[in-house]
Design a protein around this ligand. Structure first.
Ligand code: NAD
Length: 267
């Protein structure tokens, strides 16, 4: 049977469907993954740019490099829009099939595509977390990126200290907020909720993850232990092959529209 039809049939046979996504689902939106060739870690040292301490050290010692890194980030996130992979998950939610997305991504693209229930285990770049009281606030993405670009593009007057101007004030206590993202070595967010979703799932779609960043990478195994059917979509390999019932060797943005088409034929 055509693998897309097989997935469509499996989706129709199950009731508690979740999706677990990683950087790969946003690759077709122009956001590089970390580990693929040409990915972020080919250009920037993860020990330096993936940890809070490393970033602070880099900012103090190599301000020009930090400016270059942040400008690239601003360009990438400014251009990134949801792609057919994200919209496919939105269609699954609209069809009443997909209950929850658990994402490792920090790019907010699932919400921009229109999905309502998204658990962001590694946080979001576009949310602030108050360093004093812990309150979270959703930030205006376009406004934040525009302010960051203005500051970073002013090479003549750029000073690392000015980056603090980008950190919003907490509406509750006026404390300084940091981006609500999980850096290497920091605690994953909403893990109990994500595990509960995994354990209640009878089918989990796994898209665009190499499954190496723990503890999040364990989530499909937790679903499988409770007998969920695991379907994986990834063009570079079947990273969950020991538990995977159906593997689709394709970019998510090409696979999801085919799955939705087959589903609509079957409905
Ligand atoms: P990863 O970089 O380790 O792996 C990405 C995976 O996506 C690879 O297995 C690759 O084969 C696959 N892939 C590439 N293009 C694809 C496509 N078009 N469709 C489907 N799959 C595709 O990413 P990871 O497993 O998510 O772990 C990296 C961590 O980095 C995550 O925890 C995440 O927080 C963070 N990250 C996030 C973003 C983002 O928010 N968009 C981007 C880079 C990294």
């Amino acid at each position: 049977m055509d693998p897309y039809e097989k997935v469509a049939r499996l989706l129709l046979e199950h009731k508690n469907i979740s999706a677990f996504t990683g950087a790969g689902i946003s690759a077709e939106s122009g956001i590089p993954t970390f580990r693929d060739p040409g990915g972020l870690w080919d250009q920037f040292d993860p020990d330096e740019f993936g940890t809070t301490g490393g970033l602070i050290q880099a900012a103090l010692k190599k301000p020009a490099l930090i400016r270059d890194f942040l400008l690239q980030m601003v360009d990438i996130f400014d251009r990134a829009k949801p792609n057919p992979g994200h919209y496919g998950l939105k269609s699954l939610e609209e069809l009443g099939l997909l209950k929850t997305i658990i994402t490792q991504n920090i790019d907010h693209l699932h919400q921009e595509a229109g999905n309502q229930r998204v658990i962001e285990v590694h946080g979001s770049l576009f949310r602030g977390r108050c360093l004093s009281c812990g309150r979270k606030q959703q930030l205006n993405k376009a406004e934040l990126l525009a302010r960051a670009r203005k500051l970073l593009e002013d090479e003549e007057h750029f000073e690392v200290g000015k980056l603090a101007e980008l950190l919003p004030r907490c509406p509750a206590c006026n404390g300084v907020s940091r981006p609500d993202v999980v850096m290497f070595g920091e605690q994953v967010l909403q893990l109990p909720e994500a595990i509960a979703v995994a354990e209640q799932s009878d089918l989990m779609l796994v898209l665009g993850t190499s499954g190496v960043v723990y503890p999040a990478a364990a989530i499909p195994y937790q679903a499988s232990e409770r007998n969920a059917v695991i379907i994986e979509i990834n063009p570079s390999g079947n990273y969950y092959d020991s538990i995977c019932e159906c593997y689709i060797d394709s970019p998510a943005g090409a696979a999801m529209p085919k799955i939705i088409d087959r589903l609509k034929d079957l409905l």
